[in-house]
Ligand binder design. Structure first.
Ligand SMILES: Cc1cc2nc3c(=O)[nH]c(=O)nc-3n(C[C@H](O)[C@H](O)[C@H](O)COP(=O)(O)OP(=O)(O)OC[C@H]3O[C@@H](n4cnc5c(N)ncnc54)[C@H](O)[C@@H]3O)c2cc1C
Ligand SMILES: NC(=O)c1ccc[n+]([C@@H]2O[C@H](COP(=O)([O-])OP(=O)(O)OC[C@H]3O[C@@H](n4cnc5c(N)ncnc54)[C@H](O)[C@@H]3O)[C@@H](O)[C@H]2O)c1
Length: 487
């Protein structure tokens, strides 16, 4: 039976916009369905506003602390509403890139509405039944709200409100010590709020290398951010206009506002996935690649759901919830859905960064994962920022690059913490993507740059291996002795 569309894409955020835009540019007939506005979390409530607020807060911190270099900016004033206006301006400047007009110009039919599947081949929206060769679900995720007694009544904000408040909370409790809690906790603290981060885990940023996360934790402490680890908020009460947080019958904080940053929930409920034969996996160890161990739509390696005509990508499948991963998956989905489903997603070299100060960036395996997979066939090299001259020049000596390799030099993973770590990791990402060994990082680097942290790490590994190799040292000593003998 003939169908009207090649592709119907549901959700116009980081993943969906790539699928719809590229497919339309390739002259496929595409409908893009969005329930709210194009752009998704990244533009409206995620990457873009958070990085803009972080920039404003970094300026505030540097101005306040410039005295250590002899530059005194007495009586620093922070106009919080103006910092938020900067955030909203950045969104407004980027938004045209994701506008309906742009996508209609590319040839997509953009439909605003909140529809549902009615059978395995039909999606109904605004009273229209759309049939397509393939569908893509890219509806993203929303904040998970932990079941804390009294929380709803006391009121809270999430990433969906935090970038539009115009009054700074004097005191702020953040529930969750992951990337959202840490990035925004430091930003609000630097903009003048007194911040308490409540983390259920035994440390902040539990998905990161523990030594690297420790560097960030030390910086938080030095800036006066209170971090409570291994603490689950159980109850919230409003007393005298303040929100009081309790854990194990102990009062842990009394604040003006609570920000929830406790993980994500896939947006699947209204789609009637059952009618389409699409399964959502509960949090479990089943699933493939990106969907492993996370709640989200179940997909196979080709990002097909349990209905092979329906694909899914981005936050809605769980796993690596980043804009660049949504867009990587979107590229796989669009080729598989438009042509033949033959391409598999490969998650071996997925980098990400947490934009705290110092920044924290990671790619590949952790020490533990490398040990489990390669046993003794691995080595770790750690290069401190303090040994990099540019880091000294800019008083940015906190941090290190930790690179994990096999004995033959194959790079298994890297964990950078320090200034510009999110930029510096890309050299290692390139090397890993092209199966280059760590020696490739030892190429000529401009002096003095922070990027020398990578070349120094490569050199340090060569040096470390040389120091361990007594045979080579003895052989060289003999060679030189011989050469000297012959003048
Ligand atoms: C505070 C914060 C900071 C972040 N910072 C970064 C960062 O620095 N770097 C990074 O890589 N990632 C970051 N992320 C993660 C990033 O925002 C997400 O991984 C990314 O947006 C996921 O893209 P997506 O396409 O899956 O979902 P989204 O971009 O959220 O798009 C989903 C779209 O689907 C729509 N939708 C939902 N339900 C329906 C429905 N039923 N019908 C039709 N449409 C629907 C939504 O309105 C939305 O437009 C951050 C996230 C947050 C919350
Ligand atoms: N720079 C970036 O790329 C960036 C920045 C922000 C967010 N993100 C993406 O967004 C996702 C969501 O971020 P997130 O920080 O919400 O999630 P997360 O799942 O990474 O961290 C949430 C943390 O909250 C803790 N938690 C959950 N319930 C709690 C409770 N009741 N009390 C105390 N702690 C509790 C969890 O143990 C967890 O460590 C991230 O996984 C990441 O993929 C990326």
């Amino acid at each position: 039976m003939a169908v009207e569309y090649d592709l119907v894409v549901i959700g116009g955020g980081s993943g969906g916009l790539v699928v719809a835009g590229v497919a339309a540019a390739l002259k496929a007939k595409v409908a893009l369905i969005e329930k709210h506005r194009l752009g998704g979390d990244c533009l409206w409530y995620g990457c873009v506003p958070s990085k803009s607020l972080i920039y404003a807060s970094r300026l505030a911190y540097e101005v306040k602390n410039a005295g250590k270099l002899g530059i005194y900016c007495n009586d620093t004033q922070i106009d919080f509403a103006q910092a938020i206006a900067h955030v909203q301006n950045v969104i407004a400047n980027i938004e045209p890139h994701d506008s309906p007009e742009r996508f209609e110009g590319l040839g997509c039919e953009v439909i605003f509405g909140d529809g549902e599947f009615t059978d395995k081949q039909t999606f109904k929206v605004n009273g229209r039944s759309l049939k397509a060769r393939a569908f893509v679900i890219s509806t993203g995720s929303r904040p998970a709200i932990p079941p804390i007694s009294g929380l709803e009544a006391a009121g809270y904000i999430t990433n969906e409100e935090v970038f539009s408040i115009t009054q700074r909370p004097e005191t702020l409790a953040i529930i969750g010590g992951g990337p959202i809690g840490c990035e925004l906790g430091q930003a609000f603290s630097r903009l003048g709020s007194q911040v308490t981060i409540v983390a259920g885990s035994d440390r902040i940023l539990p998905k990161e290398d523990s030594e690297a996360a420790q560097v960030v934790a030390q910086q938080f402490t030095s800036e006066g951010i209170q971090v409570l680890t291994k603490t689950q908020v159980e109850r919230v009460e409003v007393i005298g206009g303040k929100k009081v947080l309790w854990a194990k019958e102990q009062k842990i904080a009394e604040v003006d506002q609570i920000l929830i940053a406790a993980g994500r929930q896939p947006n699947v409920e209204s789609l009637n996935l059952q009618a389409a034969g699409v399964k959502v996996q509960p949090k479990s160890e089943s699933g493939y690649g990106n969907s492993k161990g996370k709640k989200g739509i179940r997909v196979n390696a080709k990002l097909q759901t349990t209905n092979p005509r329906i694909y899914a990508c981005g936050d809605v499948i769980g796993g690596y919830q980043f804009t660049h991963v949504a867009s990587y998956e979107a590229n796989i989905v669009l080729k598989n859905a438009l042509f033949l489903p033959v391409i598999k997603a490969d998650y071996k070299v997925i980098p990400w960064a947490t934009f705290t100060d110092p920044e924290l960036a990671r790619v590949g395996l952790t020490e533990q994962e490398a040990k489990e997979r390669y046993g003794k066939d691995m080595q770790i090299i750690k290069q401190e920022y303090a040994d990099v001259d540019r880091a000294q020049a800019e008083a940015a000596t906190a941090g290190f690059a930790k690179i994990i390799t096999r004995r033959n030099g194959q790079i298994l993973g890297a964990h950078l913490v320090g200034a510009a770590a999110g930029e510096l990791i890309h050299e290692i990402v390139l090397a890993m993507s092209h199966n280059l060994k760590i020696s490739a990082l030892g190429g000529i680097h401009i002096y003095p740059t922070l990027a020398e942290v990578n070349s120094k790490a490569a050199f340090a590994l060569t040096q470390q291996n040389y120091e361990k190799s007594y045979r080579l040292q003895k052989l060289l000593a003999k060679v030189f002795q011989l050469l000297r003998a012959f003048g």
